[in-house]
Design a protein around this ligand. Structure first.
Ligand code: AMP
Length: 249
């Protein structure tokens, strides 16, 4: 049984992002980039399922510029068996990503496709759902537990006030939530091993997918600066300030 795991290269979650002077995008010059945290959880889950004997192969896939190779090497160091890099400089909105992943899935025929529930750069939370739609495959989003059975996969999801468990026939698409697992720490020997694992290159054109985007990012802006708060001495002062200054009571 094979799993395909989609991993995106994004600005590291510890970085405080800056907006470009012309407001056209986030400035990523000299900024630390890492694997999207939810995708790390997706890789970890697939590797754990392989270690438990439920999967025989884990294939990581990333779409984007040449530097995505680093992200794929991280996935390989975590335990993925091989990697596919669909290389392009073009912008990749979720529908384009979903179309490319569909083409890769048709080529690889995985039993399970794991994605993160959202990429922390665009916060779109769309790709897994669109991919499932394009593949006509069942989907379980925001997985907090995954159990692979003979011909199906059981996925537990956190919902308002509790959990829900779904049984999906295979092949299926799963998006991962924060509490699914804690990704492993990568050791040096794993990094060395990862350098020897296969990394196959393709282009969207080879997969017959057009990358002409249907949506365009018009502008990016930082949140407005908020005034610093003040400490009041007592309730009387609080009431006075709310009445006389803020004029809300
Ligand atoms: P989004 O819908 O953009 O929030 O992304 C959800 C998930 O889709 C991510 O967590 C990744 O698993 C996958 N994904 C999005 N963009 C890419 C990409 N360029 N390369 C690989 N996977 C991606």
């Amino acid at each position: 049984m094979k799993a395909l795991v989609a991993v995106k290269r994004v600005v590291d979650y510890n970085v405080k992002v800056r907006v470009k002077a012309d407001g056209s995008d986030v400035d990523i010059t000299n900024v630390k980039m890492s694997m999207n945290p939810f995708d790390e959880i997706a890789v970890e889950e697939a590797v754990r399922q392989k270690e438990a004997g439920h999967l025989t192969e884990v294939v990581a896939v990333s779409l984007g510029t040449k530097q995505c190779e680093e992200t794929l090497r991280t996935a390989l160091a975590m335990g993925a068996d091989r990697a596919i890099h669909v290389e392009t400089e073009d912008p990749l909105p979720p529908l384009t990503v979903a179309k490319i992943l569909k083409a890769v899935a048709e080529q690889e025929k995985p039993d399970l496709v794991f994605l993160g529930k959202q990429a922390i750069d665009d916060d779109a939370n769309q790709t897994a759902q669109m991919l499932a739609g394009l593949l006509h495959a069942p989907q379980a989003t925001f997985a907090s537990q995954v159990q692979i059975k003979d011909h199906e996969v059981w996925v537990t999801r956190e919902i308002d006030g509790g959990t829900e468990t779904l049984a999906l026939t295979l092949p299926a698409v799963i998006s991962t939530d924060l509490r699914l697992n804690e990704p492993r720490y990568i050791k040096l020997p794993n990094i060395m091993q990862a350098k020897r694992k296969p990394l196959h290159k393709q282009t969207p054109q080879e997969l017959n997918v057009q990358t002409n985007a249907q949506l365009q990012m018009v502008s990016v802006a930082e949140p407005k600066n908020r005034k610093a708060g003040i400490k009041v001495a007592d309730v009387a002062e609080l009431v006075a300030r709310l009445r006389d200054e803020a004029k809300v009571i």
